[in-house]
Design a protein. Sequence first.
Length: 255
Amino acid sequence: MVLLVDMGNTRLNMAGWEEGGPVFSAETPTDRGWNAGSCAAALAKVLAPFGVVQWDGCALSSVVPALTDAVRQALFSVTGKEPVVLGTSNIGFKVLTKDPVGADMLAGAEGALARVPMPAIVADLGTATTFCAQNKAGDVLGVAIAPGVALSLDALVDRASHLRAIAFEPPGPAIGTTTAESMQSGVIYGAACLVDGMFRRMAAEMDPAEGAPSLILTGGLAPLVAPYCETKPLLAPNLLLEGLCRCYLRAKGEE
């Protein structure tokens, strides 16, 4: 079994991966104060209930550079294996952007290659909401980045004194008649409209000779938002881990 770890700015998601899919999954908050020892202790505690005695390998995708080395050392301590760290040396496509692209988007693009015909656009509803466009060859053309759904809601509640936090639940009517209804409408329908609108705008800028792009939706809130998207995206909650596994296998010469 391979331990896959996707470290975001808010949460560290992990999965025990075997025969092309997750055997188990778990998560823990990303702690900016981690060192190698404290991170190893946190990972061991989360993984203990799953009772894995021996790991075949591990891989790490990280968008928190300050913690990457500490988590890499922690993974080695927990699994006894040197982690494969996702980067441009172990992906199966070119990155055509002027600036580097985050490891989360690289993992998503790698996962998309195995999921849908290219070209494609990957929308990821995480701490940030990101859109990654890939051409017919699977190469990354460019990205768009917006504040994440939960981040935007937190900022709204923090700055607007009459608004309170709400649960992420399926919304009712678009025209809300209570404060909670109104916020759920704006947050969930608004996220769906963002996905639809950015997909259409990005698709319009891509080469029409390559055909219409596929749309994949991933990230923690993707299952809640997807049903309200007019563009009918393919829902792929484990897309980043799927891509990370492909990079791991490629680095080990097994892909």
